[in-house]
Design a binder for this molecule. Sequence first.
Ligand code: FHN
Length: 574
Amino acid sequence: MRIVKNRIWRVAVIIAVAFLVSIDAATGQEISVSPAASWYRDARFGMFIHWGPYSLRGFEASWPLFQGLIPMGEYEALPSQFNPVKFDAEKIVKLALETGMKYIIFTTKHHDGFAMFDTKLSAYSIMNTPYGKDIVKQLVDACHRNGMKIGFYFSLCDWYHPQYRDKTKPFPAGCKPEEVNQATWDQYLEFMKGQLRELCSNYGKIDIIWFDGGWERTAEQWKSAEIDSMIRLLQPEILINNRHLLDDKADFLTPEQFIPTATQMKLWETCMTINSTWAYNPYDHDYKSSRQLIHTLVRAVSGGGNFLLNVGPMPEGEIQRDFEERLGRIGEWLRKNGESIYGTRHGPARLYPGGFATVKGQRLFVHLPDGHDGLLLLHGIKNKIASIAVQGFSQSIAFKQEGLRTVIRIPYEAMDPYNTVVALELDGNLDYDPFVYAQDGGRFILLSSRAEILGSGMSYTLKRILVSYSSEEDALVGWSQTDDMVRWKCAITQSGEYSIVMNYDGGPALLNLSIQNQDVVITAPKTNRLERYRGMPRGTVNLKAGETEVRLHLKSIESSSRFKLRQIQLVPKN
Ligand code: FHN
């Protein structure tokens, strides 16, 4: 009883201190981070592993059942052939370490219900295969030996279990709540809680529970709150993701296969495949290049998120060569540039057009994708810059700082083939001025590349013409939802009437400009070729001097239309 009391006390302490609010350096946003999650926030990069008997067939985990690609009986017979004699947990953990990954998330049970661990609650497990050994235990022990954090992916839905679905019906029938009576469902929940208890009790310290498969029920039906509490009692410092459908209790959000562009108010982690399949698929050669994967890592971390990159081991337990090569390149890049990734916080939104930046104490890291012309124009740094260096390049870098503008020229020989990191040593913690100031004549040019993206549906696309900045093209694209919104911060010095001029392509669309408690409806008729990105007067607004937030959001757009915004101008009329 004392042990439980001790655990309750520790959980209480963690909750009591819970959710240290840290102010984000670049945006001033408050992000809530529990003390237990600080290692996770600093880790930035992890390995996802999807593996089970389905690897024998070289197709996706579980989903071929749903797609009718294999009869349930044939799929459920796969474990009888599963004997991954080349599985080497130490080798996989060492591969993750050499890649620069700080944690591993492993599929203990996917939607197919097959347990890759020694569960006493189901015969459908690794223990009843020719292999017959606990894969999860081997991996956990190797992680503990090597200082690698370990998390368990666990699917709430279980298409195998007779109390999860009505198995008298051909799958996928039988999974709906109304097809399973309450008593049977309660029995399934007891089974599921039992397996979670096994995973949280039998393998020592576990760092993350990565739920998945929640879509077939509600949080109430999953009894997610009860499960969340049970897990935290068993593993007081564990982190739990949001896929048990409890965002408020979740330690992090889990965008999948994309990088969110909007500022998130919680820790988040993008999970992504190297090709397009989570499991081993020898027919899927849709590989992302090492370059793309490094850029994705940089974009995720620059946005304040983590990147969880997936591998699907082959049937005998090895990782395919195509993946090992890419992980090797990423590891090389991180050995040279890791300081700009680990332990950093996201940098100012759009420090430079289309740019990505990370911050750690007095050091600001500006990330330049390969192909950048090396001419860097930064806006808004109030600090005095003590020095500038390029990671891996010994010579100092010339720069000119004039007020809030800093111009840097990176020599070609300093550039990295994938992503160049320019490290600015500041005279203190980053003091960033997000405001847009008037050009000569009092005109404000609110560039897309200076906007902070608040909406959910948009992506930021930059097509840079590497000739000079004045001809650079950038635009905010993908406007489709009424909560798609961007904001700028302006320092209005001259009160008076201003014309609103918009440079865009596409339409028709209807937008709303909110500024100093005024809402101006802006129409965007469909542009013809000559009007593309030309400044179009869209109305007027009276402004007072002072710091001003300008928000533009979509009111409506036809589904067949697209809208690409390059900039909004506020032009004084007098
Ligand atoms: O259906 C699963 C899928 O197989 C995979 O596990 C991903 C990883 O996040 N999650 C679900 C799809 O969202």
